[in-house]
Design a protein around this ligand. Structure first.
Ligand SMILES: Cc1cc2nc3c(=O)[nH]c(=O)nc-3n(C[C@H](O)[C@H](O)[C@H](O)COP(=O)(O)OP(=O)(O)OC[C@H]3O[C@@H](n4cnc5c(N)ncnc54)[C@H](O)[C@@H]3O)c2cc1C
Length: 293
């Protein structure tokens, strides 16, 4: 199918883009890589009256270290994140996650901001950024808002972005020394959206016990979620096959993933439990081998 008719605008500055969004309100949609929005428009599941194409806004394409933090501009392509030596060295969880996004063609066009704003519960980057405690910076004509990842994602394909707001960047704190990470997922075919997955970090303290961990889940709920009880349970203990299995069991205890054509909720729950147990051990081994600096 073809999209319903729309007006096309390509602002030349962030100010112009924000002015358009403020003027058009609910009628407008931001166009980034188009990898999710254009199919939705072709199926007429989205019918924006105005498309605001932000691809001319070079100021949103940055990927840089700022002190100990990483700043990822909303227009950064998945492929740029994937190929960044800076990211691979200091935030390897993001490299591992982005390599699982679709196919190279999708990663050449798709953007980090688009993936976050689309808020698909089976998308990799929202879950990886949840594990990394990222914050998101949002702009409108009335100013700047910075929010935790958990305030940004509010439901399946829903964020707390207002119609006049543009996501401008994600800010990722440094991982503590002695941290290992793992992103793992299961999909039926290479490049398909995953049925379930997880992003895990393990920071080892003195004596090799777990000093800090984050366990973020994919496909478990309408938004990315953290298994906070399972995290707390592991802190202060050595990460062994037994403790990892116990944490994984806690992680899925109160989960009710949805059933659909692709998998039942029970199957997804079992997948998540196995993936978390395995990922905690891999993250522990990577922490022992040498952590991001
Ligand atoms: C065949 C195929 C396979 C795919 N497989 C995967 C996969 O395995 N994993 C995965 O995570 N994704 C997958 N995707 C989706 C892909 O990653 C998209 O790139 C991503 O979801 C959206 O990014 P985009 O830049 O293309 O955004 P667009 O499609 O341009 O926009 C998506 C939504 O975000 C809004 N938006 C975009 N940028 C901003 C911004 N800066 N501020 C506010 N709102 C904004 C748009 O208005 C729209 O509502 C797949 C896509 C295809 C076509």
């Amino acid at each position: 199918m073809k999209p319903a008719p729309f007006r096309y605008e390509k602002p030349r500055s962030l100010e112009q883009a924000l002015t358009l969004l403020a003027a058009e309100g609910e009628e407008a949609k931001v166009l980034a890589g188009g990898q999710s929005l254009v199919p939705l428009m072709n199926f007429r599941l989205a019918r924006p009256a105005v498309l605001v194409d932000i691809n001319g806004l070079a100021e949103l394409s940055h990927l840089r270290r700022d002190g100990s933090r990483l700043r990822i501009g909303a227009l950064t392509r998945h492929a740029v994140l994937e190929e960044s030596p800076l990211v691979e060295r200091h935030w390897p969880l993001l490299t591992e996650a982005v390599r699982l996004v679709g196919h190279p063609q999708i990663r050449n066009a798709g953007t980090v901001g688009g993936s976050l704003a689309h808020a698909d519960p089976t998308a990799e980057l929202p879950v990886a950024l949840a594990a990394l405690d990222a914050t998101f910076v949002v702009r409108s004509l009335s100013g700047v808002r910075e929010m935790q990842w958990s305030e940004f994602f509010v439901g399946q394909l829903q964020t707390s972005l207002e119609p006049d707001e543009l996501l401008v960047e994600a800010v990722v704190p440094a991982l503590p020394p002695g941290t290992g990470c793992r992103f793992d997922e299961f999909s039926r075919r290479h490049g398909d959206f995953a049925l379930a997955g997880c992003a895990v970090t393990v920071s080892l303290g003195p004596g090799g016990v777990c000093a800090r961990t984050s366990i973020a889940l994919l496909g478990a709920a309408p938004t990315p979620i953290r298994a906070t009880r399972a995290e707390a349970e592991l802190v202060g203990r050595p990460v062994t096959a037994e403790s990892a299995a116990r944490s994984a069991a806690h992680a899925v205890q109160d989960l009710h993933p949805t059933s659909d054509l692709h998998a039942s909720g029970g199957y997804r729950r079992g997948l998540i439990e196995s993936l978390v147990a395995r990922s905690l051990l891999t993250a522990r081994d990577r922490a022992r081998e040498g952590a991001p600096s």
